[in-house]
Write a new protein. Sequence first.
Length: 481
Amino acid sequence: MSEEKKQAILRTSVIMAILFVVAVFTVICGMILTLKTWNIFGEVVKIVTLSVIVFVFYAVFYVYLNYSSNSRSLESMSKNKLLAVAYTCITIGILLSCASGSYLSWFALPLAFVSLIVGILIRVRVGVMATVISGMSVLIISPVSELVQDGAAVIPIVLGCMTGMISGFVMAFLIRKRYSRFKMTWGALIVSLAMMPMSALITLLYTLDAGEVLRNAIFTAMGNMLAIAVITASLPLYERIFNVWTDFRLQELITLRQPLLKKLNEDAPGTFSHSMAVANLAENCAVAIGINPYMARVCGYFHDIGKSKNPKFFVENQKDGYNPHDELIPEVSVSMITRHTTAGYEMLRAAHMPEEICKAALEHHGDSAVSYFYMKVKSITEGEVDDKEFCYEGPCPTTKYSAIIMICDICEAMFRAKPPEDMESLEKAVDGVIKSRINEGQLDDCGLTMRDLKLIKQTICRAIPASMHKRIDYDKAKERR
Ligand SMILES: [Fe+2]
Ligand SMILES: [Fe+2]
């Protein structure tokens, strides 16, 4: 057996042992909450049986999570973090539901907590699966006290769990669209109220008592509101403790209250304006190829943050015709310019920014040459010029975000310097930028497909005329065709 396989088996065994301990903990706490007594240790058989059942649920979820974590959308989160986030959410969801069920009503289960928080922190599909696991666990743990005495009392518990799970599924779909924190909370509140008729219908399955129907409908809304309150309080904690970059947290980075952006705006206004334009283009491209548009936008905002260390060395920040490069030899000028990628990377790492954003700052020029100075030296030097001295250190883009920023960065700077005359010249120029990057091997490791690049080209060609506020002569382009 290979060393790798042994390691994998050992890792899985350790995780299973931890999951069993978590299952036992959940069952013991769940039983204490359900039976409303600390004296549950006489029920050893029940504890063991329930623990094994809940462990089986947890293990099934582990297999699902393991399968899901191989998909590209979950690659940014380490597997250990994924497990920690998912299982703490599930355990809290189960215990909250047991408490709410036994002290309030079995129709007031805040199972929507699990679907929403796991959906926000990990993925909607994982949130739905986590809700099923939580609901099933509550269903197994909660009737234990009632089952022995009165079988009929189990019916409301089963139907209450069902209602809680349905609420969770409906809520999970709320976060499919990228709302703000405020809109998400209001949306969830509206869904809470909208679930009341559903709860009333489910109650009619076991009783025609109008009072019970109304009570259960109100309790369902209360359970969902409890879920929203707990999410509102715990989401920022989860984001900080596990360092998860949700869309909400990413949105908070792109305000002028963010110290690095504030500094860029004050010290390098030209770079700031360029970065905003790149961010707009990058966000559009991200939407086109189906990756996170917020992440792309934030990468655009921060990609040239390193320029804030020496703003005057970059043409977009020079005023009154003064150019410090006129007083420097080209080799020094190049080192001043190329330094902004590593400087930016270090600044962003020090500010604990997401890995994708740090990488975009470091990789957005790849290992390409600063052609202006290279050509200048070549024209005045006799003999060979070492082109490596005129190149960025790299590495080439290793993420889709870095690659998008690379393409959008060149296009924005190019069209700002010389706006395209018509649609045809615009398409030709964008095509040239992408082809030259491919030929140089800059896009070899970024994961973009040819289809992605085609979509990026189309998106930039659509977005550039709007950003230039200049009417491009489409008719001229048509005539030429
Ligand atoms: Fe740059
Ligand atoms: Fe740039």
